[in-house]
Design a binder for this molecule. Structure first.
Ligand code: ZN
Length: 422
């Protein structure tokens, strides 16, 4: 590293960050919430703002074939592998001001500080405004990051936007981008040239607020293994007339199965595993059920999430085994069906350890929601995430992130950049 400033003196440009958050909120608010529709006017306004800001700072700006924005601070060796600091600039309908945007603003606040301090890192740092991460508009997650690496199924081009019915293909062309890149699965960026991918994001649950911590290091992003169409078949009968040994009660059996899975969850949790298990849908048939009837059928979902593929596989196997056993006990038949799976992504061990040393109150936690970081991590790019405390959860107008907490996370990000190579 060259330059006059000592790295300890360099602080993220919080004036820039505060001004960007205020402008973003002003130009993309519709009613109570934020609307930065993927490849729509709201997302484009956010991209335009980041781009003009980057040009004012003196960064190199480029836009790939599907609209991802790279704002690069050149390093002393332009051919060295570069670091990407990124996140998405779209939001869900009536979302909040920080989900996604905080990561791009953090990147700009960090490189603006480096530039002002006259520090030249030995490699380029590219702040990336990624397109269309939210699946709310096209029902496809990670369009920007997946498309950047030729990973999207080209069939996604035919998916219609949830509100206006325009296909992704047509929408890309309207914005002047090239759907052919997705159709050909073209690689727009080379993962082998990326030293690391770093993403700061607001926490979307209550953990940091509850623990009184400003920021955390993300240990990994949870994957999901979901029995989407599980079913239990028993026999409808009179609730008063049938003693227990003769019942085939689908509700009782389903409750026993879900209760068993909760007991396994508690054991796994006690043993230190990362795991959440949810049954967010559980139905009897309203055409057949009744207050004086034993239910002859249930339909339900079992949603298992963990940062560990092994833990998810273990729970899925446990559910199948328990369904067999409990089915015999209750004289019912379970048909759990197959699982719909999305993979977990572990964050880079070395980057995690380093980030932990950069937080005054070090704390690690999993991410329950998916992020563009998953795409980079699964390509083998060393990937790390920082969570910043945020009240009221995310994907709603009440997202609330204090600039002081943002400063803690962004300082760790900036320090990590300055300490590379580790
Ligand atoms: Zn997000």
């Amino acid at each position: 590293m060259s330059g006059v400033a000592k790295s300890a003196d360099v602080r993220p440009d919080l004036d820039l960050a505060t001004s960007l958050f205020a402008t973003l909120g002003r130009i993309t608010r519709q009613g109570r919430g934020i609307v930065r529709d993927s490849y729509g006017a709201g997302e484009q306004a956010a991209h335009d703002l980041m781009r003009s800001t980057a040009q004012a700072i003196g960064l190199e700006v480029s836009i790939d074939a599907i609209g991802n924005l790279s704002m690069t601070l050149p390093g002393s060796d332009r051919r060295a592998k570069h670091i990407i600091v990124g996140s998405h600039l779209d939001s869900v309908p009536q979302g909040g001001n920080y989900d996604g945007a905080a990561g791009v603003v953090a990147g700009l606040a960090a490189v603006s500080a480096l530039k002002t301090a006259g520090l030249r890192l030995p490699f380029d740092v590219a702040v990336m405004g990624i397109r269309a991460e939210e699946s709310a508009w096209f029902d496809v997650p990670y369009i920007g990051s997946g498309g950047a690496f030729g990973l999207l199924d080209p069939a996604c081009l035919g998916v219609a936007r949830s509100d206006n019915g325009r296909t992704l293909d047509a929408t890309l062309r309207e914005r002047g981008f090239d759907p052919q890149a997705i159709r050909e699965r073209r690689r727009l960026h080379d993962p082998a040239c990326i030293r690391a991918y770093l993403e700061l994001h607001i926490e979307q649950g209550p953990t940091l607020v509850a623990r009184g911590l400003p920021a955390a290091v993300v240990a990994g992003v949870r994957g999901c293994s979901r029995f989407r169409n599980a079913r239990c078949t028993g026999r409808y009968a009179h609730s008063g007339a049938v003693d227990r040994p003769y019942r085939s009660d689908a509700v009782a059996a389903t409750v026993a199965l879900l209760h068993h899975l909760e007991s396994v969850w508690l054991r796994q949790e006690a043993a230190g595993a990362d795991l959440v298990v949810t049954s967010g849908e559980l139905y009897t048939d309203p055409a057949m059920h009744g207050p004086s009837k034993i239910a002859g059928e249930t339909r339900f979902v079992i949603d298992v999430r963990s940062t560990s593929e092994a833990t998810m596989n273990l729970m899925a196997a446990e559910a199948r085994e328990a369904a067999e056993r409990i089915g015999r006990e209750y004289r019912v038949r379970f048909d759990l069906g197959g699982t719909a799976d999305s993979p977990a992504a572990e964050m880079d061990q070395r980057l995690r350890r380093k980030l932990m040393t950069l937080l005054e109150q070090p704390f690690e936690m999993p991410s329950g929601a998916g992020h563009d970081a998953v795409v980079f991590a699964r390509l083998g790019v060393p990937t790390a995430m920082i969570f910043v405390r945020n009240e009221h959860g995310s994907h709603n107008p009440e997202e609330a992130m204090a600039i002081g907490d943002f400063a803690v996370g962004t300082q760790a990000l900036l320090q990590l950049l300055m300490d590379f190579p580790l």
